[in-house]
Ligand binder design. Structure first.
Ligand SMILES: *[C@@H]1O[C@H](CO)[C@@H](O)[C@H](O)[C@H]1NC(C)=O
Ligand SMILES: *[C@@H]1O[C@H](CO)[C@@H](O)[C@H](O)[C@H]1NC(C)=O
Ligand SMILES: *[C@@H]1O[C@H](CO)[C@@H](O)[C@H](O)[C@H]1NC(C)=O
Ligand SMILES: *[C@@H]1O[C@H](CO)[C@@H](O)[C@H](O)[C@H]1NC(C)=O
Ligand SMILES: *[C@@H]1O[C@H](CO)[C@@H](O)[C@H](O)[C@H]1NC(C)=O
Length: 591
């Protein structure tokens, strides 16, 4: 392909953008060069300095990752302290399930599941009366409020914070297990907004709705008595066998619980739970530093797993309620989704960005790990590693590498800031969002946050990869050319020559990845075999906690939080995935 093409495309994009943007965006360069004309590229702007990363208090990456992870179980199991509250709709015709000991329709608020595998679990062990399994269907769109994180996990430590501040304006750790009070107060609060329910994730395995009123918006489809799960099937008229006649009751009830773990794996990753349609134009994020500045110092120095909402100032709680009022007051369940009202599809836009880099950064990190003598892929051929890494960087940047961005000639000396590559950085960082600027006037507060978080995240990714790429070019690692290091006239260098640069690349890529903290990168390694599934440890099943039976679950050890020195403490503080068995003998510890 002729080398001129990229420049032409940029030029025509810029022209297009100029015509529609002229009201909002000033033309920046008085002497435009053909390939970088227009508002897309501000040549020489100091803010595109490749040496300057994000502010330490920036939360772009946190807004980005939590929003990109909405409704997906895997990330919300690891980062269980939710930071987003989002209004949503459950469309008409959605089935919801409720297990109980009687066949009556509940006359007050109750918990229902989106998957029968879960609600079934709630009628285990009710003895003679068996299990009444009620199925309902929504008869109109239901208006719900979604709490992200493991918002249904009865755990101390922050997973219930956002609900506490909705219901009580205060964190109430002593009510962690007081689910009755929680549902009553949340439903009472939601009345003024005609909320039909509250939507939560009970970490690993299921979504749950706290339905406020079973006489409105839902209709009973069936009320069926199911065989108690722990009871074997006998032929009618058979006398149930007794242990003396050879019948051995199941030794563990693990297989009962396994079905819930399994159902959860269906929604681990994007798009996750599809049965609720969130309206991101009304999203409230506690990582919004303009709205909730009091949380900034509370997070300082803490690991992301420890971030929580408890401790927020009274003024910020007021802001929260004011914003809740704004987003819920005029939100009608007849708006089946925000898209029909013409808003940007933020969820997809975020996902596209994550797709664009998740795999590519991971393979780059893998390639660079070849410089580490302890790595599985250690290679002494650093020349090869440099060339592999540069190839990956070029792949990521091929759509942003402007023809006009060239390193200065050798006699001008080394450009430490690599400022010749700034236009590539800027183009990479803005091309996916600048086209949205004309719509800014109609954005909600939430959308301004979404746009700036997306830009902040994209910008840092671009900064790091453009910097490494530019260094590679300066160093002479261009896969299209023979290796020809700058300043080494004879081109005769040893493998060792590349090592310092590669080590610093490795650090930078790892630094970027730990800033982004995408849970999609947390996988079981080596991958689990056919008899196992990859499990993200969480309440109530940590490594050492006995797998509880359901009627003891809420009181089981680990339901609040493992204590200091508890063998489960480490997994509780930093849950990392591991394989567990999915066939007999079941085991939630290590296989
Ligand atoms: C870029 O940032 C670095 C580090 O803060 C600074 O030393 C350098 O002068 C800046 N370069 C430009 C062109 O502003
Ligand atoms: C919480 O705060 C909001 C706003 O300040 C107020 O309207 C509401 O009544 C408070 N709720 C409770 C339970 O105190
Ligand atoms: C990494 O190691 C695996 C085997 O451990 C090998 O198949 C692969 O080619 C290596 N890749 C690189 C880039 O060295
Ligand atoms: C290192 O890799 C390069 C590029 O593939 C290759 O040409 C060279 O022979 C390798 N060097 C050694 C010592 O294997
Ligand atoms: C490359 O450098 C080595 C060691 O410095 C030297 O022995 C060799 O002759 C050089 N090769 C060329 C082609 O200059």
């Amino acid at each position: 392909m002729p080398r001129r093409i990229p420049g032409l495309v940029v030029a025509s994009l810029a022209l297009l953008a100029t015509s529609s943007l002229e009201v909002q965006v000033p033309l920046l360069s008085s002497e435009p060069t053909p390939a970088i004309r227009g508002p897309l590229i501000e040549v020489g702007a100091g803010q595109w300095n490749l040496s300057v990363g994000p502010e330490p208090d920036s939360t772009s990456h946190l807004v980005f990752d939590t929003v990109a992870s909405l409704l997906q179980r895997w990330p919300n199991t690891r980062y269980r302290n939710g930071h987003n509250v989002v209004p949503g709709i459950i469309p008409v015709g959605t089935l919801i399930y409720h297990g109980r000991e009687t066949q009556e329709i509940p006359n007050g608020p109750e918990w229902v599941a989106m998957d029968p595998e879960l609600s079934r679990g709630f009628c285990v062990g009710f003895g003679e009366s068996g299990c009444w399994h009620l199925t309902f269907v929504s008869t109109r769109p239901l208006k719900v409020l979604y709490f992200d994180g493991s918002s249904g996990a009865k755990m101390a430590g922050g997973s219930l914070d956002t609900q506490d501040y909705v219901a009580w304006n205060k964190s109430h750790p002593e009510w962690v297990l007081n689910e009755r009070k929680r549902i009553a107060d949340l439903c009472h609060w939601g009345k003024k907004y005609n909320l039909d329910g509250l939507f939560r994730y009970v970490h690993l395995f299921f979504s749950e709705i706290m339905v406020c009123d079973f006489t409105s918006g839902v209709q009973l489809v069936s009320s069926i008595q199911l065989n108690p799960e722990s009871e074997p099937w006998f032929r009618s008229g058979d006398i149930p066998p007794t242990p003396t006649r050879g019948y051995v009751p199941p030794q563990s009830s693990l297989w009962l619980e396994y079905k819930m773990v399994e159902a959860g794996t269906w929604y681990h990753f994007y798009p996750g739970e599809g049965r609720v349609k969130l309206d991101l134009t009304r999203l409230i994020s506690f990582y919004d530093t303009d709205m909730f500045p009091s949380l900034i110092p509370l997070r300082s120095g803490l690991d992301r797993l420890q971030h929580r909402v408890a401790g927020i100032s009274d003024r910020d709680v007021q802001q929260f309620h004011q914003r809740l009022d704004e987003v819920l007051q005029d939100y009608h369940s007849s708006e089946s989704s925000s898209f029909t009202s013409g808003s940007v599809d933020w969820r997809t836009l975020y996902q596209v960005t994550r797709d664009r880099y998740a795999d590519r950064l991971q393979i780059l990190q893998y390639i660079l790990s070849a410089t580490d003598p302890t790595a599985e892929n250690y290679s002494k051929n650093h020349t090869q590693t440099a060339s592999n890494a540069m190839y990956r960087l070029q792949l990521m940047l091929t759509t942003y590498a402007l023809q006009t961005a060239r390193p200065p000639t050798l006699d001008t000396g080394v450009d430490k800031d690599l400022s010749w590559a700034s236009p590539v950085y800027q183009y990479c960082a803005t091309t996916h969002t600048s086209a949205l600027y004309p719509f800014k006037a109609s954005f909600t507060k939430s959308e301004h946050l979404l746009l700036s978080a997306l830009e902040g995240t994209n910008r840092e990714i671009c900064r790091v990869i453009v910097r490494l790429w530019a260094e590679g070019i300066e160093a002479g690692v261009d896969p299209g050319l023979p290796l020809w290091p700058i300043g080494r006239g004879d081109g005769n260098v040893t493998d060792e020559y590349w090592l310092p640069m590669l080590k610093h690349w490795k650090n930078d890529v790892e630094g970027l990845m730990s800033w982004l903290e995408w849970s999609i990168w947390l996988k079981c390694r080596p991958t689990c075999d056919m008899e196992e599934i990859c499990y993200m440890p969480t309440w109530p099943w940590f490594k050492n906690t006995p797998w509880p039976t359901f009627d003891s679950a809420p009181r089981a050890k680990g339901s609040l939080a493992p204590g200091l020195g508890d063998p489960d403490e480490e997994e509780w503080r930093n849950p990392l995935p591991r394989c567990i068995r999915r066939m007999e003998p079941f085991d939630w510890r290590n296989p």
